[in-house]
Design a protein around this ligand. Structure first.
Ligand code: SDX
Length: 435
């Protein structure tokens, strides 16, 4: 990070008149940052920013979002271009290494990932500890965390080779674990991965094939799945990525860090929103009920929010939502689904919301979770598995950010401070003296 020697912000204490110069670090694109690392030492004050609305937690070269323009770049490449021209394995390489792979690099990467897709056989028994009706995200948190107990040979986070082996293992094994969580929930036998299939094809195969008949992969569905994985792969310092970075900053092993990321992603304000959108669309049930739900979303006294709408960073269309809306029509068309009431409701809801002054004033647009669930449902994925798919895709982003954090010479254990407004010191009272 290069300090911009000419640019500082002057902080003035308007009681003492003392001033303090805050250095500015320039971004290659987007907002520059004010370095407050020495603020406490010089002013005996903390900054205060719950939710980190104006706080950069790190320097990163991986993903950039321009929320006002609705721009998302992975290592400088526009998400719409990657969704159209690239594939998920190539995008994984790009996120991990910073460059699009050559043909040779791509085929070696795909081979290495493919040959890590199987799980230690002992892990099969781990699933049996869960109820069959456990939420698959609970299973993901548990089983991914348990990988720490199996792969001791790649947990020395100071060794770049260990970090990359652990990263490959996580990227490779997430679809296998996710498909097993689904099979366990429906009482069907686990399906082993196949090395002759692409990442997206393998995931569909492990999810939907069974020993009783041959499973034919639909290339349109496989391509849609591959595109969905690309769109969900990374997204700057969102809640789950920040969770992974914070957990990793203590030196925790990568499997435990990704398990923490899965837990954070599960929340309905974050990755859990895709499941919540489907539940909401089903609750709305008919386009004639939309005004009632829009009114609820606008009512300050009603905790209801329009799921799949709004974003901390995007104050314009989420570019991923645009791509997913197009994919919706492609997948439904390929499957011959001409009458999907939930898509009708979603599109009418989007039209009404985008014309409503409340949503316009608060710059609330559809986000990545608004359309993804309709595609998942059309493919035959149960609602409870939607966020699991999000976690499969986001694993490459989490591990790329985790590696970047460890390689950052300025990284320290994350340990935020606070504004304390509690009791200032009280003498202990024995229980007999308490009223
Ligand atoms: C993801 O961070 C990422 O990058 C996340 C993600 C990724 O790829 O990692 O993009 C994935 O998590 C997408 C977001 C999915 N969540 C949802 O769709 C849930 C519904 N959306 C909201 O909960 C909300 O919009 C958030 C959580 C997404 C963003 O919340 P913020 O930035 O904290 O904004 P806010 O809650 O302060 O809202 C600002 C105003 C508020 O009104 P006021 O208090 O100013 O009067 O807008 C209102 C909110 O009440 N508002 C909504 C709304 N979202 C915000 N009102 C109705 N419906 C909504 N959906």
């Amino acid at each position: 990070m290069s300090e911009n020697k000419n640019r500082t912000y002057t902080l003035t204490d308007n009681t003492s008149g003392e001033t303090y110069e805050l250095p500015v670090f320039p971004a290659s694109i987007g907002p520059d940052v004010i370095d407050v690392r020495k603020l406490y030492a010089h002013t005996d004050h903390f900054t205060y920013d719950p939710g980190f609305t104006s706080t950069g937690s790190c320097e990163s070269k991986i993903t950039y979002i321009d929320g006002d323009q609705g721009v998302l770049l992975y290592r400088g490449y526009a998400i719409a271009d990657l969704a159209k021209e690239s594939n998920f394995m190539e995008t994984c390489y790009l996120l991990l290494y910073g460059e699009l792979p050559t043909k040779e690099q791509q085929s070696k990467f795909e081979h290495d990932i493919t040959y890590h897709t199987m799980l230690h056989e002992q892990l099969m028994y781990f699933f049996r500890g869960f109820r069959r009706d456990a939420h698959p995200m609970a299973v993901m948190c548990g089983v991914v965390g348990a990988l720490s107990a199996f792969y001791h040979d790649s947990t020395d986070i100071t060794d770049p080779k260990h970090r990359m082996v652990a990263s490959y293992r996580l990227i490779a094994k997430m679809p296998t674990i996710a498909a097993m969580a689904y099979k366990f929930s429906v009482g069907q036998p686990f399906v082993y991965p196949r090395n002759d299939l692409t990442y997206a094809e393998n995931f569909l195969y492990m999810m939907f094939s069974n020993p009783a008949e041959e499973y034919i992969i639909n290339p349109t569905i496989a391509k849609a799945m591959d595109k969905i994985l690309i769109l969900h792969a990374d997204h700057e310092q969102n809640a789950s990525t920040s969770t992974v970075r914070l957990a990793g900053s203590s030196g925790a092993n990568p499997f435990a860090c990704i398990s923490a990321g899965i837990a954070s992603l599960w929340g309905p304000a974050h990755g859990g929103a895709n499941e919540a959108v489907l539940n909401m669309l089903e609750e709305i049930g008919d386009v004639k009920n939309i005004p009632e739900f829009i009114a609820k979303a606008k009512d300050k006294n009603d905790p209801f929010r329009l799921m799949g709408f709004g974003h901390r960073v995007y104050k314009n269309f989420d570019p991923r939502a645009k791509v997913l809306q197009e994919s919706c029509h492609e997948v439904l068309g390929e499957l011959g689904i001409t009458d999907e009431p939930l898509l009708d409701i979603a599109m009418e809801l989007e039209r009404i919301a985008l014309e409503d002054p409340y949503f316009i004033e608060k710059k609330l647009y559809p986000n990545v979770d608004f359309y993804s669930g309709i595609i998942f449902r059309a493919i035959g994925i149960p609602t409870s598995m939607f966020t699991v798919l999000f976690s499969v895709a986001r694993t490459v982003g989490w591990v790329a950010q985790w590696n970047e954090m460890i390689e950052d010479p300025s990284q320290k254990i994350g340990r935020p401070r606070q504004l304390y407004t509690g009791e200032t010191g009280r003498d202990f009272k024995k229980v007999a003296d308490r009223i």
